[in-house]
Each structure stands twice: as C-alpha cells, then as structure tokens.
Design a protein around this ligand. Structure first.
Ligand code: COA
Length: 262
C-alpha cells in the first residue's frame, strides 16, 4: 500500500510551496494517494497566507510517467466514476481553480497527466532531457484534464493533434517552440530557475496577480471545467473498453499491444 504523503513531498519556504513527486522506482507514476496529497497541498496552499506560489517538480531525473497503469486497471473494474469522486478527479478538477501561480519544472519524462497538467501552469521550465508524451490513444483512452480544449488553444490544432492524438514525443525545446515551455535550462539549474520565478511572483501584489491570472487563463474556469468533466466521462468509459484493457495488460506483460484480435 502506498502512502501519498511520502511519495509527494511538500515543503514551504519564503512564500513558495514545492510539491515534489517522489516515486522514482516507478518513474513517478501517480497513485490515488499521491493525487490526493497534491490536491490537498494545492488547496491548503491556496488557503494559506504563507503560500504565494506553487512549484510542481519530479525527482530522480523524471517528472512523472503519468497515471499508474495498474491503478488504471483496477479503476476500470469499478465502473464509471463521477468527476470529483476520486482523488484523480479531485486533483484534475482543481487544476483550473488553483488560485495562486502554478509553476512546473520538468526534468526527463513527462507522460499523460504529467503533460496535461502543464497546460494549467503559468510558467513551465524544462531540462534538455525533458520528453513530453501523451500516449492516450495508444492506451485506448482519450485526452484528459482539459487538454482537448487548452492544448489546441496554446499550441494550435496541428501541434496539439500531433501531441495528443498521434502521441508524438515533444522534447523540451520542441515544447518551448510550441509555446508550452518558457525556457529550457540545464537540469542542475532547473529547480533554482523555477524557484527564482516563483519568488518573483510571490513578491507581486497578490490581488492584482490573481486578477491577471484569471484574465490570462485562455478560457473561463467554467468552460475548462465543463470540458474536463466531459473528457472525464469519456475517459472513464474508455478505461473499461477492450482496447484499453488490452493496452494495460500488454504494459504489465511488457509486450506490444495487439488491437487486431479484439
Ligand atoms: N504505471 C505503473 N508503473 C509504471 C509506469 C506507469 N505509468 N511507468 C513506469 N512504471 C514502472 C515500470 O513498470 C517499471 O516497473 P518494474 O521495475 O517493476 O518493472 C518501472 O516503472 C520502470 O519503468 P521502465 O518501463 O522499466 O522504464 P523505461 O525508462 O524503460 O520507460 C516509460 C519509462 C515511462 C517510457 C515507460 O515505463 C512507460 O511507457 N510507462 C507507461 C507510461 C504511460 O503510459 N502512462 C499513462 C499515461 S495516460
């Protein structure tokens, strides 16, 4: 049994809350307790006057391999959950509602929700080894976390389709050119770069900053939440599909999936 409190390390210093994903032996794949810990940290940080900005960062040279595939398999058996009922839905559903600046530092692999959460961030820094992959289609799934709305707006339809549907890996540099990443910086300067930006934002007048963030979100919170809920229903339905079951089983058995036999 995992303990999300251990695998998500929360620290606060000088107005900056750092949320660190620490499950490196599984490439920082996310389990329910980890989503819950991240959700609670974001809510608590938003409510606390000690926090003026959040940083999301991985560990061990990986940002996150996305949702844990074995967790996908067990969730697929539980039927279609409603948005907000599970830790993953709580976390994803809160992303458009985060009240303070959200900054991501991406070193190495970012997969699935490890990429789609970036569309909710105000600033994203990446290392030269950053590799952003959204294999939703290969898993029989569909884009989630509002990415079907936010990615085309941020990057244009062509690049968003290449990322979210074709599943093409984007390097940090490609993601920078596409407008998803602010800057590519050396891995050993990545956290310091994110922190320097967070400290600058932490020193801004908070009420003005909140209004600026709301104005610049690219879509209204209601619009994002509406899309996110529609995606979540479709995603949950897909998780129980024969295509997804074959893809999950193939991952566990470390073999290529065979969709022709379905
Ligand atoms: N869920 C569960 N376990 C995962 C995982 C995930 N999303 N990603 C990696 N792991 C585990 C592997 O099963 C392996 O466990 P093991 O040591 O017990 O066999 C361990 O993490 C190391 O991963 P490995 O595949 O050996 O590393 P790699 O460097 O060769 O490949 C990835 C890394 C991320 C490319 C590859 O693991 C992968 O494709 N993972 C699945 C990503 C994914 O589809 N996520 C869901 C997105 S919607």
């Amino acid at each position: 049994m995992t303990d999300g409190q251990v695998e998500i390390e929360i620290s606060r210093d000088a107005g900056v809350q750092t949320i660190r994903i620490q499950r490196p032996e599984k490439k920082n794949a996310l389990l329910p307790a980890m989503y819950q810990a991240m959700y609670e940290a974001l809510v608590d940080g938003d409510e606390s006057s000690d926090v003026r900005a959040h940083i999301l960062i991985g560990s061990g040279g990986v940002f996150s391999a996305g949702n844990d595939i074995k967790d996908f398999m067990s969730r697929a058996k539980d039927g279609v959950p409603q948005v907000g009922e599970t830790p993953v839905h709580r976390f994803i559903g809160y992303l458009p509602r985060v009240e303070k600046p959200l900054i991501a530092a991406v070193d190495g692999l970012a997969v699935g929700v490890g990429v789609t959460l970036l569309f909710h961030c105000d600033l994203v820094y990446a290392s030269p080894s950053a590799k952003l992959i959204t294999p939703f289609l290969d898993l029989g799934l569909v884009p989630e976390a509002g990415s079907s709305l936010l990615a085309p707006r941020r990057m244009g339809h062509t690049r968003a389709f290449e990322m979210l549907a074709l599943g093409e890996a984007f390097s940090g540099e490609r993601a920078r050119e596409a407008g998803l990443v602010n800057a590519v910086v050396a891995a050993d300067e990545l956290e310091a770069t994110a922190r320097a930006a967070a400290l600058r934002l932490a020193a801004k007048p908070p009420a003005a900053l909140k209004i600026a963030r709301d104005l610049m979100r690219g879509a209204s919170v209601d619009e994002i939440v509406e899309r996110l809920e529609a995606e979540s229903k479709l995603f949950a339905g897909r998780m129980a599909s024969p295509e997804a079951k074959e893809a999950f089983q193939a991952f566990v058995e470390k073999r290529p999936p065979n969709f022709n036999a379905l």
